[in-house]
Design a protein around this ligand. Sequence first.
Ligand code: MN3
Length: 207
Amino acid sequence: MAFVLPALPFDKTAFGDIMSAETFDYHHGKHHNAYVGKANDMVKGTDLEGASLSKVIVAAKDKGNKGLFNNAAQIWNHTFFWHCLSPEAQTIPGSLEERINADFGSVADMKDKLKAEAVGHFGSGWAWLVLNGDKLEITSLHDADSPVAHEGMKPLLTLDVWEHAYYIDYRNARPDYLSTVLDKAINWEFVAQNLDGKGTERADQEG
Ligand code: MN3
């Protein structure tokens, strides 16, 4: 057994101009796939061969194995990101909206804050809406870093702000990419589901 490239949870043409099939061909078919191949090469013949993806991420961080950490965490981050997207515009479930209103004031305020965090993130990385204890928080992590490697940080929603996520469809206009995706392409049902604290499991896989 080895890690696999999970299939996209939608057709690659489903988002039209919001996120093109060409973007998915590169982002899923080339970038995400390359992380899978490299992580498999790196765990082969080691004591981590056969361990789950989340275990490999945590172990690689503990051992200071940066190469393995980066590739394994990117497998998980991208798998989680695909699940955060929906080709059909969704309304936010009431359970989630209540929590957002309590911690940010309103859905619009939360989106503004998440967008500002994502736009302001210098270089490559990921913007996150996470659960920290009972509170919803917005943060960003650099490069491949992932909530999986941060105890107490439970992932709810992520936005990929590596250039490879938007350069084909939006060129350098990161703010346009973020506004469009946040307003038209988020799977809020999935985000609400992650309020159970089990978001990490939803993008995990056996080794
Ligand atoms: Mn990416």
